[in-house]
Design a protein. Structure first.
Length: 426
């Protein structure tokens, strides 16, 4: 068989759909939609108490709150920033001697990228449970379980939400197909974020009410006292004159709206509180605020970017630790022969293009770079005929000076100029 056919067959081995030969039945829960109701701080506290119950821990309400607060755009942004950093960074598997083609084919699959994000989610949601069928050394199926159907403290899968007993996923052959990322006793960063999102949501709701009452013009109508006909006619006329707020009072009476200005302005208090809540969310997830909301100058932004880089570094280590322990064990069980191989991210230090070019130019004066490096690093298309090294600018100037000096200087330069010319031309 030719090498080309061998490569083609090897590629099909990891992509063609193959009937699963799993030794255990996949666990399928009875589907129930998450609750969408008016969550507030009181329900958040109740959810924490229910989740921390020593005898019958129940995270259902807490997870419903998590699911609801992720409708907040700022919270979504700070979480996605960390997840995309993991998904977008190159990952390799190697034992130092040669790569494992079978495992590297798995890495290239879309489901593997999805799995990386799910693993990291356990830092935000708490334990994440995943079903992965690699029976016979072939990928069959991957899915993440709805966390409401898992009791992580007891290692149980429940078919219906609210059940107190279920299937022990830590026993028998289940550990060969089910992985759990995260500490079973933890609740993730969202338990802290929930309070700030709920407070901000209530604040913005009050802000909207304020705008409805005070930002739009209000119509005022007066009618003669003890005249119900005039009152009814005025109400009918004023109610049909548009959608803005209005009120009616009898003649001889008064109604006054008193605005509280002690908060620093009519809407400033609402705006500043919303900003404060967003900053607390950024601090909790990114250890800084200025990589999302630029303010305070470049210097402070650089400091926050350094803090964020440390967060991403921690995430890379968290994910690789899971891959090199729990996931690697599944590779061994299902015949992928990982040997001594390890997963690792290839993280490039972030340096702006201008600084990178300056560093490379200075370094090129000391050591010789492969020509292809410049094309790849600076995303320059390779011309027809292959990569070519350009003549350095200094060398071009030297050639021009040589030609110019040769026209007016004697063939044998004066001794006092000879050393200077030799130093210049090297």
């Amino acid at each position: 068989m030719s090498k080309r056919n061998k490569r083609h067959n090897a590629k099909n081995k990891y992509q063609a759909p193959v009937k699963s030969t799993a030794a255990v039945q996949e666990l399928i829960p009875y589907p129930e939609a998450p609750r969408r109701e008016g969550f507030d701080i009181n329900k958040w506290r109740l959810a924490i108490r229910s989740a921390e119950d020593a005898m019958y821990p129940d995270r259902t309400l807490l997870l419903d709150i998590y699911n609801d607060i992720l409708l907040d755009m700022h919270l979504t942004a700070v979480i996605d920033k960390r997840i995309e950093a993991v998904k977008g960074t190159e990952l390799i598997f190697s034992d130092g001697a040669k790569p494992n083609d079978a495992v590297n084919e798995l890495i290239k699959s879309p489901w593997f990228t999805e799995m990386l994000g799910d693993i990291l989610e356990s830092r935000f949601w708490g334990p994440t449970t995943m079903w992965l069928d690699l029976s016979g050394g072939v990928f069959h199926k991957y899915k993440k379980y709805d966390r409401r159907y898992i009791i992580p403290e007891k290692g149980l899968f429940i078919e219906r939400i609210g059940h107190l007993s279920g299937i022990d996923i830590t026993a028998g052959r289940y550990p060969d197909y089910i992985m759990m990322a995260g500490n079973p006793d933890e609740f993730g960063l969202l338990i802290k974020a929930a309070a700030w999102v709920l407070l901000k949501r209530g604040n913005i709701s009050d802000w909207a009410t304020f705008n409805e009452i005070f930002a739009a013009p209000i119509r005022k109508g007066k009618y003669p006292q003890y005249n119900p006909e005039a009152k009814a006619a005025l109400a009918k006329a004023i109610s049909k004159a548009g959608g803005f707020s209005w009120y009616m009072i009898p003649e001889g009476t008064d109604l006054e709206f008193i605005q509280n200005t002690s908060g620093g302005g009519s809407t400033n208090a609402y705006l500043e509180f919303a900003k404060f809540c967003n900053k607390e969310l950024s601090k909790g997830f990114l250890h800084g605020t200025m990589t999302l909301d630029a303010e305070g100058g470049q210097y402070k932004g650089d400091i926050h970017e350094g803090s964020e880089a440390a967060v991403h570094k921690s995430d890379f280590r968290y994910v690789t630790n899971f891959l090199n322990t729990v996931f690697r064990r599944l590779l061994e069980v299902h015949g992928f022969n990982p040997g001594e191989g390890k997963f690792s991210f290839i993280v490039e230090e972030h340096i702006c293009l201008k600084d990178r070019l300056d560093m490379d130019t200075r370094l090129a004066e000391k050591i010789e770079f492969p020509v292809e490096y410049w094309y790849e690093k600076y995303n320059v298309p390779i011309p027809e005929g292959g990569a070519k090294a350009a003549t350095p600018v200094r060398a071009q100037i030297q050639d021009i000076l040589r030609e110019t000096i040769a026209e007016w200087m004697p063939v044998q330069p004066a001794p006092k100029h000879e050393k200077k010319l030799r130093d210049f031309f090297g």
